[in-house]
Write a protein that binds this ligand. Sequence first.
Ligand code: SF4
Length: 323
Amino acid sequence: MLTALKDSYNRPIRDLRVSLTDRCNFRCFYCLPHGEPPIAPKEQMLSYEEIEYICDIFVELGIEKIRLTGGEPMMRQDIEVIIRKLAALKPKGLRDLALTTNGYFLPDRAQGLKDAGLDRITISLDSLKRAVFKQMTGVDVLDRVLQGLEAAKNAGLQPIKINAVVVRGHNEDEVADFAAFAREHDVKMRFIEFMPLDSGHEWSRDDVVSGREIRERISERFPLIALDVPRGSETASRFRFADDAPGEIGTPDGRRPDSHLPFFDSRTFIARCRTRRCIEKRNPRLHRGRRNKERTPSLHQRASVRCAIALDEFHWRLSSVAR
Ligand code: SF4
């Protein structure tokens, strides 16, 4: 019997994020450097057997939620197989299997993901305007992503979260429109702060739109009420609509509904995130080796693991990451 994973405050670690690939069919300017991004050779990618093997161990170590990410995870042709293998871990303690995607492949494959055992989905959507969407993502496929959202709804991949990175001069004038979208489609809208990933060296403090400004812009059209729920490891402050309309809003900062603390700005939160949340929450990123540093925010811990290593060695490696 393996000892449960704990952080340095002796709290159990429940969430795992697995990056399936560094490939993506979008070219979001805040994520990828200009030109063709460096990608890892295929032989360095974990096979689905290796992912299953590693996740099996993590579930035995107390992991209850697994989120599959990328790059764009649906660039993996075998993603349905991966999901089916991971869903088979539910009798062992896995409770939640989620996927973050840019939505491009969902129109044809959302039902297949659901049938394979996926529970929830998060779709990235930075603009509701075709020209702005194209400018921010590098691809002219807004309609297809919206079709993907519909397909996910029809497949029963609920609740659906929508992530939008807000960048001044690009889409900050759309936040109230996104709130209207959340009401219409009954989705959880999460606004993400433009962060200095430095991949394209395009970040500037002036381009950051604070959570307070996002809430103020939305409240002019749709008054919001903070949700009185424990925030836990959530990075977003969550709000419902005052008129009880469907949907939810999440912003990157604000007064914690479960806290007496005053407002703290997002810089403070990121500082906390860096030193506490990511260490506490422990979302190790699984790669065969360290690579592609410029695409990985320093906020995240990474576990460098190989396949087929002895269980004891793997456990020791995880323990050393948790310290
Ligand atoms: S932000 Fe997501 S969709 Fe955009 S390029 Fe990066 S991985 Fe692809």
